[in-house]
Ligand binder design. Structure first.
Ligand SMILES: C[S@@+](CC[C@H](N)C(=O)[O-])C[C@H]1O[C@@H](n2cnc3c(N)ncnc32)[C@H](O)[C@@H]1O
Length: 357
């Protein structure tokens, strides 16, 4: 964490500014340290990443053990979260994505086209000189491109996926990363020119509440854009949800093996041969081209690793909600946004853009 970044950080519980104590520093960056608030909340910085999550005492036991002699204040963390079905699901989401994005951390391609598709009609010029928040940045593929397009970027993710974002953006100066929760981001309200969240809100126990939380961090006249799953493919989604009843309960290591087999068969026996046929004139001539699903074309542009990661994502994430354009339009309208643009990305997703008054 850059020391200058401290001015952006606020206690997510009581909203006061945080103070910093440095334990280890390298090239002007805090490697290990402590963020504390006068309300008593303490948050560790480990691996140069501030860990502003409620359960940091449990998640980073080694840190507290290592520095217990140096920490003068009692380690009061947040108020304990109620043990509800919702918090249990959040915890499972945290460990599932932490595992997923530290396994599939590699930027196997540059994802630029992919990012521009998710955020259409926004163009690269939009980002220059602005400050933005990537909410749920995962392994960092989109924040990398947003920073390359010229924005100063802050990324937040609830899971240890944030460590992969850190690794994948290490060469970029203007990227700052935090392990934190969309429901309680540790920033001052109205701090960002734009906030986006791609493929994240549908994994929250209460997606619209997460969206509303993010809107509060957009500056007046700033923009918010999101991408969520579409409910268009009713039959396929029913099959997926039936399968997930079993797969979301499997140990992650076993699920990884199953997903490797599924992805291998899908990619080498289905996607690549069909994509090859699609390019050939034969399919066009016979009119069979239309029968090839858009996903074949989509995945054929990516390396195997992307298909493998998506199989894992599909079968492991504890929560998945699906939406239609009307529902997402209503989120934006009810949040008081204007210049709203909602459209579909093939059958799979819905992207939406809006501006604050
Ligand atoms: C499917 S991944 C998408 C990652 C990235 N946006 C991308 O498109 O590559 C969803 C991410 O949302 C994060 N996430 C889930 N719940 C969250 C929460 N409450 N606050 C912040 N991040 C959350 C997960 O840890 C995970 O990295």
């Amino acid at each position: 964490m850059d020391k200058d970044f401290l001015q952006f950080l606020f206690c997510p519980e009581c909203r006061k500014a945080l103070e910093l104590e440095v334990f280890q520093e390298k090239n002007g960056r805090v490697q290990e340290g402590l963020l504390y608030c006068s309300c008593g909340a303490l948050f560790p910085i480990t691996g140069s990443i501030p860990r502003i999550v409620k359960d940091n005492l449990k998640l980073y036991k080694e840190f507290w053990q290592k520095y217990k002699g140096k920490i003068k204040k009692p380690a009061l963390s947040f108020k304990e979260e109620e043990v509800s079905r919702e918090t249990k699901l959040k915890k499972r989401t945290q460990s599932s994505f932490g595992y997923q994005w530290r396994t599939f951390y590699e930027m196997s391609c540059d994802f630029k086209e992919n990012f521009l598709n998710y955020i259409y009609p926004i163009e690269p010029e939009f980002f220059k000189g602005k400050i933005g928040l990537d909410a749920g940045c995962g392994f960092g593929r989109h924040i990398y491109n947003a920073a390359k397009f010229g924005a100063k970027m802050v990324g937040i993710d609830y899971s240890r996926a944030i460590e992969s974002s850190y690794q994948n953006t290490a060469t970029l100066k203007d990227v700052h990363l935090i392990q934190g929760d969309i429901y309680q981001p540790p920033f001052a309200k109205e701090s960002f020119d734009f906030v986006y969240s791609i493929g994240v809100l549908h994994h929250l126990p209460q997606p619209e509440m997460g969206f509303r939380s993010l809107v509060e961090y957009v500056k007046p006249k700033g923009s918010i854009f999101i991408w969520v799953y579409s409910d268009q493919r009713k039959f396929t989604l029913r099959l997926v949800e039936m399968t997930r009843k079993v797969t979301t309960r499997l140990p992650l290591g076993i699920l990884k093996v199953i997903c490797y087999i599924a992805a291998f068969l899908d990619y080498y026996f289905f996607i690549r041969p069909l994509a090859f046929l699609k390019k050939s004139k034969l399919l066009k001539k016979t009119g069979l081209e239309k029968l090839i699903f858009p996903r074949i074309w989509l995945y054929s542009k990516y390396p195997f690793q992307v298909n493998f990661a998506d199989w894992f994502d599909r079968l492991s994430a504890p929560i998945r909600f699906y939406y239609n354009e009307k529902e997402i339009s209503e989120w934006f309208t009810q949040a008081g946004l204007k210049n709203i643009k909602v459209s579909s990305t093939d059958y799979y997703g819905i992207r939406a853009y809006g501006e604050k008054a």
